[in-house]
Design a binder for this molecule. Structure first.
Ligand code: PRP
Length: 184
């Protein structure tokens, strides 16, 4: 294991196996529908790429940018729209894809924004769900893994914009938070 990691919570093999199951569920649920995937920037990139290659069906892909953390390890509660949708969601079956459901602020806000645009249906897929209460009791429709309330990196998730490229999920050693050394 890398010496800046404390533990690996989810390894590459178990992630890829779970992705097969999730993609199977999504494919069954959206068969014959007008699916539009909406990835939430930036953390969803790994998850949505792995999902996409497992969904051999007609679909559209767009991205939305809503940022809440601003580089720190805790949510500030503030939300900034950094990229608006490009495609029209009206009448579409929209599935929003994100890396992690934590406080739920991000997805509750996105739900509110997209709902106003008149989609035919609106559901949410998250790679990770943290074991904490979520904003407005937010519930995702598809969850990759439930994890304890720890700060995790990898598989799209960052610490100060680093570690997104790890193909697994882990926690960082406390020493990493204490130094500003670029590590990955
Ligand atoms: C992270 C993550 C989720 C959100 C989850 O995004 O990617 O979108 O926070 O937290 P919440 O449930 O408490 O709202 P972030 O704003 O850090 O942007 P990023 O995807 O660019 O890392």
């Amino acid at each position: 294991m890398r010496d800046d990691l404390d533990e690996i919570l989810l390894n590459e093999t178990e992630i890829q196996r779970r992705l097969n199951e999730l993609a199977g569920e999504i494919q069954r649920d959206y068969a014959g529908r007008d699916l539009m995937l909406v990835g939430v920037l930036t953390g969803s990139v790994m998850f949505i790429a792995d999902l996409l290659r497992r969904l051999p069906m007609p679909l559209r892909l767009d991205y939305i940018g809503v940022s809440s953390y601003h580089g720190a390890t805790r949510s500030t509660g503030e939300l900034i729209v950094t990229k608006a949708l490009k495609l029209d969601v009206r009448g579409r079956d929209v599935l929003v894809v994100d890396d992690i459901l934590d406080t739920g602020l991000t997805l509750a806000k996105i739900r509110e924004m997209i709902q106003k645009l008149g989609p035919r249906s609106l559901k949410f897929a998250v790679f990770l769900e943290k074991d904490v209460p979520h904003q407005d009791n937010f519930q995702a429709d598809y969850v990759g893994f439930h994890i304890p309330n720890k700060f995790v990196v990898g598989y799209g998730l960052d610490y100060q914009e680093r570690y997104r490229n790890l193909p697994y999920v882990g926690t960082l050693k406390p020493s990493v938070y204490e130094s500003d050394r670029p590590v990955l």
